[in-house]
Design a protein around this ligand. Structure first.
Ligand code: BGC
Length: 257
């Protein structure tokens, strides 16, 4: 058997409410090389503290070139516009520029769910899927990434739709399931309400369900109901890191995003 020549390897980071994860991705085939490294997200999760933690993590990864960083924020042209589950001091921060100075490398900064969606569309559950696909990540919040014929509309913040008079993510995220000690049957009732509302508004062909909880899809998947096709994410908790690395390669990023 001839060995495949090594592909392009880039680093990806995923800033979450409780942990920052990092890894190296082979961009040709979406393989995570050497597993995930992670550190707890500094509290409070201010720009200074988080950027310093990202710089330390990036040093542990043996790759040159640009770094992709996903975070739970709307990002426009490298500027952070919102801050959910991280310190509000991020709002207005020139995140890409500051991160790039700290890491001494070019940085592509993007929304974490957009990153996860890019990975799933390129190598995972959304591969070769045309039409409208919505990637959902269930974690501390609910992240969304909307694709039409494989093209991303960045920064959709549909975890903040109103459901039962509150932000949907305060009703149906994976964090809420743990905090309220909901079993899968009760949590999935809430997720089904959310899927119904999303379907009523966007009529997707496919929902991809991701976030670390999707590793347990076999347990709760049979309880899910939607008029759209439901697919478990292929990468579960790794999609954000893989997709951030993919974005660093320029894939999926509009020039103005
Ligand atoms: C944020 C989104 C993020 C999602 C998942 C939401 O609270 O507003 O930007 O994608 O959480 O982390």
């Amino acid at each position: 058997m001839t060995a495949r020549p090594p592909g392009v390897v880039l680093a990806g980071l995923d800033i979450g409410g409780s942990a920052i994860k990092a890894g190296l991705a082979d961009i040709d085939d979406g393989l995570l090389l050497g597993g995930l490294h992670s550190v707890p997200t500094p509290q409070p999760a201010t720009p200074d503290a988080v950027i310093a933690a990202c710089a330390d993590l990036a040093k542990t990864l043996d790759a040159d070139g640009p770094v992709g960083v996903g975070m739970p924020s709307v990002i426009q042209r490298g500027i952070v516009r919102t801050a959910a589950n991280i310190d509000p001091a991020w709002i207005g921060c020139e995140g890409a520029r500051r991160m790039s100075e700290a890491l001494a490398r070019p940085v592509v900064l993007l929304n974490d769910a957009d990153a996860a969606g890019l990975a799933e569309m390129r190598w995972g559950a959304g591969r070769n899927t045309s039409g409208v696909v919505i990637m959902l990540t269930f974690g501390t919040g609910i992240g969304t990434a909307l694709f039409n014929d494989g093209v991303l509309l960045p920064n959709t913040e549909l975890g903040h739709l109103t459901l039962r008079g509150m932000d949907a993510e305060h009703w149906a995220s994976a964090r809420v399931r743990t905090a309220e000690k909901l079993d899968f049957a009760h949590w999935v009732e809430r997720v089904n309400d959310y899927l119904a509302e999303m379907h009523r508004l966007f009529w997707p062909d496919v929902f991809i369900l991701g976030g670390a909880v999707s590793a347990r899809f076999a347990e709760f998947g049979p309880l899910l109901r939607s008029a759209a096709e439901l697919r478990p994410a292929h990468f579960a908790g790794q999609a954000g890191v893989l997709g951030a690395a993919l974005a660093a390669s320029g894939h999926g990023m509009a020039r103005r995003s």
